[in-house]
Write a protein that binds this ligand. Sequence first.
Ligand code: ZN
Ligand code: ZN
Length: 354
Amino acid sequence: MVRGRGATPAVEDVRLPAPGPGELRVRIRAAGICHSDLAMVDGTVAPAYPLVLGHEATGVVAEAGPGTRLAVGTPVVLNWAPACRACWHCRHGEPWLCAANTGASVARGETADGGPLQVTLGLGALAEEVVVPERAAIEVPAGLPPEQAALLGCAVLTGTGAVRNTARVAPGESVVVIGLGGVGLAVLTAARRAGAGPILAVDVAEAKRDLALAAGATDFLRSDDTLAKEVRARTEGRGVDHAFECVGRSVTIRAAWRSTRRGGAVTVVGMGGKDDLVSLSALDIFHSARTLRSSVYGSSDPDREVPELAAALADGSLDLAPLVSGAIPLDEAPAALDRLARGEGARWVVTFPD
Ligand SMILES: [Zn+2]
Ligand SMILES: [Zn+2]
């Protein structure tokens, strides 16, 4: 939990309400630590505090409120953008933009001393338990490795959806992925599954090389001023068909833009700050004929796509082990946030004993 903008996260006791009508209490088995959690700590996305962090998790239904469908004991993956199925976006095939999901934090429960409490994206999943609307819980098969299944709820759904739904990468197309956190590595894995090639992985940290190659990259490049030139050298001088920016900074969005061929597409997956402006010339926009777009939650419908990914995890056709840097107990989560901020590792996943 984090008490205020920029405060040091700490493990604290909180009180959650009993599940009301249409709500579930879910016992968390594993919860990933995402870059968006850092954005919650430093206030980039302006949540309210005190705030329980965490929005990428798997668990088991522990208590079912009145009028719910899922039985106690059902394994689930949590969904931080559950679709209302009634708003304009939901009715027009864009459930990832559901108008019912507003704000980075939602009031739920109270602190140990009785004060108001917020939970990240309606979940607050870096915790032993959550109370959530049933539509935020997606049933998955029993027996999945929890530290991999947790990633289906954010990094993997986002990365896979960016490749399949937003960019629609086709076999043989060339791809560059800039920023190799959990989402960037998931983009690499999805690009390989899509039959793309070459798949160029880019990061400032040389230590990401082996992770990138294990996740699906064909080449690893250090991020620096010569990036666009090096990408062109590997794509017959053109630049890639698809660039994925998984950092959320103007400098890397521009690097992605310059690394893409004329007529190619840049997909921004990273979430950046509102004061970080991207500058492109009017002539460049016209002449390059490139597309610049964003991918929110992988332009995905989690109710349909999480079960598909879970099935692939179950049958072994999807292996997320390269994305998991380590399973840690909850009291090591604050230190893992620091490591993530320093760019160390891929995904640190908090696991809870059965
Ligand atoms: Zn996330
Ligand atoms: Zn909606």
